[in-house]
Design a protein around this ligand. Structure first.
Ligand SMILES: [Zn+2]
Length: 271
């Protein structure tokens, strides 16, 4: 059998990071690089099969990543760089919020920076967050500093450190949901169910109507086979949106959890 197909050749500017894969959902090692797709026989590149592309976050578990043609990548990098510069100037002017687009609600500047750090790092625009952290520290923006450091450590695959920083952010500003939510996500990624549960609940005390986060908490309970809590959180989801009662997959999980826990869910009779 002749082995043929296509793959990315002549890789340049490779950067390794860790993250949740957009395709398989696993938190795994990822690679970002520039390369060109070639048809190959026995892995000898033969025919160019596409333009040179920037590959972002190629997952080591499922091999999927985002491919952006290099000519489209330039403007993207340019606007990332511009935004970033803008935010640094704002911080130095004592501002802590930015409006991401006209008409949108203002977002904390640390959260915006944390959201950009991954792209900047994977595109080779920054090597670390040392100078950003120094600027935040010098401006007395501790919450922002911890959010950026949390994100950075998540990106580097150091989940215990990420949790420590996110927890510091949450303690710095306990009435802001961001710190608790990020703590919950990072705790969940490192399979600390108790830590994730506590942080999710702190977040939900502040934002009880956030149905997406109630669903995340329900998934956490399901993954850790905490049947009574699966029933409780599904009851909460059904009460929030009765359309969910029609979802077959959810129904299956709910019925099973009621049976295993011997708790009669509030909606069991309607199934
Ligand atoms: Zn994957």
């Amino acid at each position: 059998m002749i082995i043929y197909g296509s793959r990315m050749y002549f890789q340049k500017n490779a950067v390794q990071s860790y993250g949740e894969c957009g395709h398989c959902g696993r938190y795994a090692k990822q690679k970002s690089y520039q390369a060109r797709k070639f048809g190959h026989i026995y892995f000898i590149p033969l025919i160019p099969a596409g333009p040179t592309s920037q590959v972002l976050n190629e997952c080591s578990a499922c091999n999927m990543g985002s491919h952006i043609p290099l000519d489209q990548c330039g403007p993207m990098v340019e606007s990332l760089r511009e935004n970033f510069k803008d935010w640094i100037i704002k911080i130095q002017d004592g501002e802590t919020e930015v409006v991401p687009e006209p008409g949108a609600s203002p977002v904390n500047i640390g959260v915006m920076i944390a959201g950009t750090v991954e792209s900047l790092f994977c595109l080779g625009e920054i090597k670390d967050v040392d100078s950003i952290v120094e600027i935040l520290d010098g401006s007395g923006l501790e919450f922002e500093k911890y959010i950026v450091l949390g994100r950075w450590n998540e990106l580097r695959g150091d989940l215990p450190a990420a949790v420590t920083h996110y927890r510091s952010a949450a303690q710095k500003r306990p009435d802001d949901g961001v710190g608790w939510y990020q703590t919950a996500k990072a705790e969940s990624l490192r399979s600390n169910a108790a830590g994730a549960e506590e942080a999710y609940n702190r977040y939900l005390q502040l934002h009880p109507d956030d149905i997406g986060v109630v669903a995340e908490l329900a998934n956490l309970y399901e993954a850790h086979k905490n049947h009574p809590k699966v029933v409780e959180s599904y009851d909460r989801l059904y009460a929030m949106n009765s359309d969910l009662l029609a979802n077959k997959q959810m129904k299956k999980v709910y019925k099973k959890a009621c049976k295993k826990s011997q708790v009669e869910g509030q909606f069991l009779k309607q199934m």
